[in-house]
Structures are given as structure tokens and as C-alpha cells.
Design a protein around this ligand. Structure first.
Ligand code: NAD
Length: 232
């Protein structure tokens, strides 16, 4: 194996599937019950804020009763022990990576447990509902929205992500369908800068051809195996 020092890991909804959190695109996934245009765009929020707030209130409640699975635990172990650079970029808005103990983590699509005030721009940890229009803890205005990056909005911490992709030796994609950009393009960016690329997914993602290696199976099985391998 080539000398690996810097690792970038991209995770998607598939890593949380075995924790009981629904994915977006699989049969029975979130989008089957709601059209993306109805709940995950700024236009939807302007048009029908109650529908959008209720949807995210339910998701926020659900994730708090879910538990990290073997894949989250083993990535957290890798994070704690890997001596080189390591960045876990998650598209997930649940908090299962950090509850398992991951520290070098970027939530590029926001977080369910955060509320963003449209009046004063403050972000606060948030565990209860937003439908009842609670006041912002900072400015008192009833102007809180889910701190989620909706379709048509710019993902967070793009500069850090780009920098990590430029200097990684290994890029690993876990449980993502490769349908949502810019994350879907990270495999090509990492390859362009010379990284080896590995996909761990239940089925080939849309960008599967761009990976040097693909392993198919459940994240709860594949991720602990891979972590053991890389630490050996
Ligand atoms: P996606 O639903 O499009 O794709 C999920 C992928 O995971 C699929 O390719 C599927 O084959 C795979 N998968 C399903 N079960 C798996 C398992 N047990 N092990 C390994 N792989 C498995 O989700 P995505 O690619 O993350 O992209 C869409 C958007 O979904 C993201 O923007 C993300 O914010 C959002 N999302 C987040 C959560 C969450 O926070 N947990 C949940 C649903 C959706």
C-alpha cells in the first residue's frame, strides 16, 4: 500500500441507516414521504414555514433517540488514534459522529441540533421545537430556522474542505449515493490531487467509477474492518 498520512473521509446518510435514521433516496427514505421542494429549500420555508418547521422538529426529535453504530464508533477510534491529518466531512445533520467521540469533524450541511437566527445571525444549540416560534436566546426575536443547508444554499466550511482534499493521500466515501454536489465531486478532486480513493457503500454510488476500489456491504461491517486494516 502507498504511504498514507493524510486521510479525508466523507460520510452520508448510509452510515446512520443502521442507527435507524432514514436515508434520503433509498426505498422508504425521507424523500418518499416529502418532496424535496416542499421541505428542503429556502423557497419552501418562505411558502409554508409551518410544514418545514414541523418536518425538522420531527427529525430533531428522532435523532436524539438514535444511537451511534459500529461504523461511527470505529471512525471515532480512528480519529483518536490516527497520527496524521484526518478530516471527517459529513453530509449528515445528525450528531452520531460526535456522540461516538469524533473530533476532527465538519458538518458541511448543518446540524439538526442547532438553530440559526435570521435576525441576528447567532447559532445556538437547539434540542426542542421551532414550530412554536421560540425567541432567539441572543436577540429575543422569534426568527429561528433549522441550521440546515437547504438545496440552493452554500455548504459550510468549503475552504477547509478544499484544503483537506488537496493534501489527502487517501479519500474514503462511506454511505453516500453520490447524487448531491458538491460532495459528490470530492472523489474527483481528491484523485486529481493524487489521493487513492475507496468507496464503502451498500450498492455502487452514482460516482462509483471514479474510485480506485469499491467495497459493497453495510457500513456497520465494512467500516470497522477497514479501520482495523488501516491501523494495522
Ligand atoms: P442518500 O440517501 O442519497 O444515499 C444513501 C446511500 O447510503 C445510498 O447509496 C445507500 O445505498 C447507502 N446505504 C444505505 N444503507 C446503508 C448501510 N447500512 N451501509 C452503507 N451504506 C448504506 O444520502 P446522501 O448521499 O447522504 O445524500 C443526501 C443528503 O441526505 C445529504 O445532504 C444529507 O444531509 C441528507 N441526509 C442526512 C441524514 C442524517 O443526518 N442522518 C439522513 C438522511 C439524509
Amino acid at each position: 500500500m502507498v504511504d498514507i498520512r493524510n486521510i479525508v473521509i466523507l460520510t452520508g446518510a448510509g452510515i446512520s441507516a443502521e442507527s435507524g435514521i432514514g436515508t434520503f433516496r433509498d426505498a422508504g427514505g425521507l424523500w418518499e414521504q416529502h418532496r424535496v421542494e416542499d421541505v428542503a429549500t429556502p423557497e419552501a420555508f418562505a411558502r409554508n414555514p409551518d410544514l418545514v418547521l414541523r418536518f425538522y422538529d420531527m427529525r430533531r426529535e428522532n435523532i436524539q433517540s438514535a444511537q451511534p453504530n459500529a461504523a461511527h464508533w470505529s471512525l471515532a477510534h480512528l480519529d483518536a488514534t490516527w497520527p496524521g491529518e484526518l478530516t471527517i466531512i459529513t453530509q449528515n445533520v445528525d450528531d452520531l459522529h460526535e456522540r461516538a467521540g469524533a473530533r476532527r469533524l465538519i458538518h458541511m450541511h448543518g446540524e439538526h441540533l442547532s438553530a440559526w437566527c435570521m435576525a441576528c445571525d447567532a447559532r445556538n444549540e437547539w434540542r426542542s421545537t421551532l414550530l412554536d416560534r421560540p425567541p432567539c436566546p441572543d436577540c429575543g426575536q422569534p426568527a429561528l430556522r433549522p441550521d440546515i443547508v437547504w438545496f440552493g444554499e452554500m455548504p459550510y466550511r468549503m475552504d477547509e474542505i478544499e484544503a483537506a482534499l488537496r493534501c489527502c493521500d487517501l479519500f474514503v466515501s462511506i454511505g453516500t449515493s453520490g447524487a448531491v454536489y458538491p460532495a459528490a465531486g470530492y472523489v474527483q478532486t481528491a484523485r486529481y490531487y493524487g489521493a487513492r480513493t475507496l468507496e464503502l457503500n451498500l450498492e455502487p454510488s452514482q460516482g462509483s467509477v471514479f474510485f480506485h476500489e469499491s467495497r459493497m456491504g453495510k457500513a456497520g461491517d465494512l467500516v470497522p474492518q477497514w479501520v482495523e486494516e488501516i491501523l494495522a
